[in-house]
Design a protein around this ligand. Structure first.
Ligand SMILES: NC(=O)c1ccc[n+]([C@@H]2O[C@H](COP(=O)([O-])OP(=O)(O)OC[C@H]3O[C@@H](n4cnc5c(N)ncnc54)[C@H](O)[C@@H]3O)[C@@H](O)[C@H]2O)c1
Length: 445
């Protein structure tokens, strides 16, 4: 790493650029800005740029005071254009890494950001990829593009991978108090990246290569995917057995103070990480004639859950003698996770689609964070949550258990409730409530 850049970082004079200002990029940009760095954000989504220019914070987890401090003190600027890229010393890539229709990785956003860096970045800059991706992306996909100018990594520019660990909605851990992992292409890259990262992270854990860092991120997320799949499978088994409550089982197992960590069943996994990352690993493994059967099985088991919830609704309707065509179903909570606004890959949306395909067209939803859901040519608009909405529904399905809901009141005014999150656990009178994993309790034993 050049002495000049090292000195610039130490004096917080290094110019930082964050490409992609979403759930990962905006908190990172603001974190560096409040530390005193000059941060420039780039996002191709003009709506986000306009909001920043209007001083409107669009990510709930970003502290508004910090956001305004960064903007008002001109420490954070943003643009949809790449024209200021050439001035930057440190460039973070925080763009989406989705899968395509066939569940294969789509790293086109990383590659288009990389092309812009290749065209405009200055010599001796540092590039840190933060987007979750398959092992090998940094060195096999990003590095060759950056070297197209004849530059040599570790000498003319620095390159590292440092996965993001932000957990939206988490009240305890945020960017500044979560350790980060980093792997550099060369020792100098690692040294440079560590120096930059330690300014905003509580601890920087170095690994020997970007590949190890990329793999560690996938392990973290797939660990969750596999464990959730296990409890989801057990929930379905408990349902079939008819007289074992999975939630009680987990609570009991969790009293073991070692060797067990509770995971909970649910209507399916959404968001941009746990649902997608297994496919990144699985796809890359095939290059090595390796089938990550465990990982695949977990993804498959988790993907079954919205279908299982659909079946619970249909069984409950049949049990009540209501035809699907006549049914009125209310879905509560449609973002992918409790208390977050993110609805990407939300299981609630999948459940609505599956119910719709079964002929249930009278579906209403409520979510404090969503306005409407578009499905085929139909738009479902958020409803006001009131007694009438609850009373009119044949079934109220709790899909995402936002803390703002009054579950006692919801159960009181609903005809029947399917609770996919055990959100009603404190309610004594369980007559109207069916828990996920316990539908068969309805039947005589
Ligand atoms: N959201 C999370 O909780 C989380 C946690 C850890 C890791 N990650 C990973 O971080 C990455 C980013 O996720 P996110 O949730 O912040 O996504 P996001 O969709 O919220 O934000 C990404 C932003 O990048 C912008 N963008 C796309 N292509 C661009 C380009 N070529 N140039 C400039 N901007 C571009 C998009 O407009 C969007 O605003 C993904 O790889 C994700 O898997 C996300």
């Amino acid at each position: 790493m050049s002495e000049v850049l090292k000195e610039k970082i130490k004096l917080k004079k290094a110019k930082i650029c964050v490409i992609g200002l979403g759930y990962v990029g905006l908190p990172l940009a603001v974190e560096y800005a409040i530390k005193g760095y000059n941060v420039h954000g780039i996002d191709t989504d003009i709506t986000k740029i306009k909001l920043i220019h209007q001083k409107k914070n669009y990510i709930k987890d970003v502290v508004n005071k910090d956001f305004l401090f960064a903007i008002n003190n001109k420490l954070f600027t943003a643009s949809e254009k790449y024209d200021k890229l050439g001035e930057q010393d440190i460039i973070f890539i925080c763009v989406p890494t989705p899968v395509n229709e066939n569940k294969t990785p789509d790293i086109s956003c990383i590659m288009s950001a990389t092309e812009e860096i290749y065209k405009r970045a200055k010599k001796h800059c540092m590039v840190i990829l933060k987007s979750t991706t398959f092992p090998g992306t940094t060195e096999e996909c990003v590095m060759p593009v950056l070297e197209k100018r004849g530059w040599k990594v570790g000498k003319d520019f620095h390159l590292a991978f440092s996965p993001e660990r932000v957990d939206p909605g988490n009240k305890t851990y945020n960017t500044s108090n979560t350790p980060v992992v980093v792997g550099g292409v060369t020792k100098k890259c690692l040294e440079a990246a560590t120096l930059v990262l330690q300014d905003v992270a509580s601890k920087v854990h170095q690994v020997s290569s970007p590949k190890a860092a990329e793999m560690s991120k996938l392990l973290e997320n797939i660990f969750r995917s596999v464990n959730i799949a296990l409890v989801n499978e057990m929930a379905r088994l408990c349902d079939r057995m008819g007289n074992v409550n999975i939630w009680e089982v987990i609570e009991a197992a969790a009293t073991k103070p070692f060797g067990f960590m509770p995971f909970y069943p649910g209507p399916g996994i959404g968001g941009h990480c746990i649902q997608i990352d297994p496919y990144y690993l699985d796809w890359r493994a095939k290059k090595y004639d390796f089938h990550t059967k465990f990982v695949e099985l977990a993804a498959e088991s988790n993907e079954e859950m919205p279908f299982y919830v659909r079946d619970m609704v249909i069984r409950e309707l049949a049990f009540a003698g209501i035809k699907t065509n006549d049914a009125n179903v209310l879905i509560l909570g449609t973002t992918f996770k409790k208390d977050v606004e993110d609805s990407r890959n939300s299981p609630a949306i999948k459940i609505i689609e599956l119910l719709y395909k079964e002929g249930i067209t009278n579906i209403n939803f409520h979510d404090p964070y969503m306005r409407n859901i578009r499905l085929y040519d139909k738009i479902f608009r958020v409803q006001e949550l009131n007694e009438k909405l609850l009373k009119d529904a044949d079934i109220t399905v709790i899909v995402t258990d936002h803390s703002s809901y009054d579950y006692e009141w919801i159960v009181d005014f609903s005809k029947r409730v399917i609770d996919t999150r055990n959100a009603t656990k404190k309610i004594k009178n369980r007559e109207k409530i069916v828990l996920l994993g316990a539908w068969a309790h309805r039947l005589p034993s």
